[in-house]
Structures are given as structure tokens and as C-alpha cells.
Design a protein around this ligand. Sequence first.
Ligand SMILES: O=C1C[C@@H](O)[C@H](O)[C@@H](O)C1=O
Ligand SMILES: [Co+2]
Length: 304
Amino acid sequence: MEDKKIAWGIAPIGWRNDDIPEIGAENTLSHLLSDIVVAGFEGTEVGGFFPKHNVLNKELQLRHLKIAGQWFSSFIIRDGVEEASKAFHKHCEYLKAVNAAVAVVSEQTYSIQGTDKNVFNEKPYFTDKEWDQLGQGLNQLGKIAEEYGLKLVFHHHMGTGVQTLAEIDRLMENTDPNHVHLLYDTGHIYVSDADYMTLLNKHINRIHHVHFKDVRQAVKEQCEREGKSFLQSFLTGMFTVPGDGCIDFTEVYKTLLETNYSGWIVIEAEQDPSVAHPLEYALKARNYINEELLPLENGSLIKA
Ligand SMILES: O=C1C[C@@H](O)[C@H](O)[C@@H](O)C1=O
Ligand SMILES: [Co+2]
């Protein structure tokens, strides 16, 4: 992050999606990275199709782009922390080699994220014993991340055992603030609880990475009525870029400024790239940031 407090990125998910690797498969790494430059972002997250670290670094350097982090599916409850640690070491090694800031961890034991189950009412729940296992395991993974100069940021997610505000509260209570941080994803908390500000205000001190994902309310309601899965919901257009849905990002951004948030804010709007042109939506997001969010910085400086 150097001297700048907030870095703006955009995730590959609008071009290619690790949850459904077939969609957008024609979009190459060069295409994605060059679009990111055209849209005026400083970096991105690592996608499942990204190459070895040296190849990626070359492509990044040519475009003056940086890597914020990468998703890691942990199975601490299913496999135990020793097994999870082995895979996590490899993950962190790669992230260190591409100079990333964070390792994004999501506990995927019992997750229905990639299944055809109704994401609105079939989410899994952990037992007390499983919560303990998860908390202790994440503390260990957090220490591993630090060995590589990274912060572990936990991703609350629809269709998983850590989805609702109450579950995020429990996870925060059950983990060591020195080693386990939080990723705040506006889209996931909105679809889960509707209220996205309470989570932000409550856990701002633990938040070290942010995903800006907007939600189309009418599409969300339709998906809920039809009992759609997570994958079907985003293919139907439940998510979009900030400024194009019902979340008030000015309120979110003001809070981040007032609390001196330092880190990445990554636009992450999964849609079907054959329906929502990735560069068009990246430009739409950038315009919204420039016109509605960045001007708030002056207001917040005056207030401070
Ligand atoms: O951060 C994320 C990564 C994706 O793989 C995930 O499904 C998406 O919803 C998300 O928020
Ligand atoms: Co996210």
C-alpha cells in the first residue's frame, strides 16, 4: 500500500469466474489485465486461471498493476487444520511471490455455494464443537499467513456456515484479532441480512480487505421467490457493480474514510460476461467511484 491509504482494484470475476470456470473462458490474462488498466484500476485479485508467479509478475509490471490477494477455500472442519495448513502454505508462497497483501479465506466445509441447493434457505450451520475447531484452525492459518508477510482476511459468504451477522460476530469472538482479520463484502451481507452498515460499524477494527459488490433488489427477490442456487442467482444478474444496484456505497465509503480504513477496496461483481460486458461494467464502476465516492474524501478531511 506504501504511502496511499486506499487502493482500488477490480476482481477477475466479471471476466472469468472460478465458481463456473466455463464462463468467459475466452478472456485471456492479457485481455483482463489490459481492460483493468483501461478502466483505471490499480490492481486485481488472483483468479484460478492465473499463471506461475514469474509469468504473472511480468504481465503486471508491464501494466503497473498490483495483486491484492486471492481466495482460499479452507476445509478446517472437514479435514482438520494440519491438512488445511499444507495447502495454505503453498497458497501463501505464491501470494508472497506476487507481492500480495492478503490471503482471502472462506471455510467451505458443508458449503452449498457451488451446488444447486436453494441459497436462500438451505445454508449449513456449525455445531459448537465445529465453531471451536474453526476458530482455532483460523488462528493457526493466520499465523502461517504472517510468515509470508500476509494478513489472513476471512470472507463471510452466502451458502456457508459463516454467512449472517450473528455468525460473523461469533467468528470474530472465536478468533484472535492479532491473527484473523475480516473481509467485508457488501453484496454477501446485503443478500444475507439486508443491513450492511451494522457489520461495518461493529467490526471495522477487524476489517482489512473490502469487496464492493452491488445487488439488484428486484432480481434478488425473484431469485429468492424461485429458490435459486448461488450460481443460478448470479447468472440471473443478482449482483452488479457499485452504483448499479440498491446499496448506498456513499454511506459505506464515508464510514471507511472516517475510520481511517487502509487497504484495498476491490470491485467484485460476478455476472455472466456474455450478458454483462466486463469492460463496460468496469468503466461503469470507475465512473461511479470518481463521481460519487472520491469527492467524499474532501468532506471527510474537512470533518476530521
Ligand atoms: O470473493 C468472492 C470470490 C468468489 O469465488 C465468490 O463466489 C464470490 O461471491 C465472492 O464474493
Ligand atoms: Co467477495
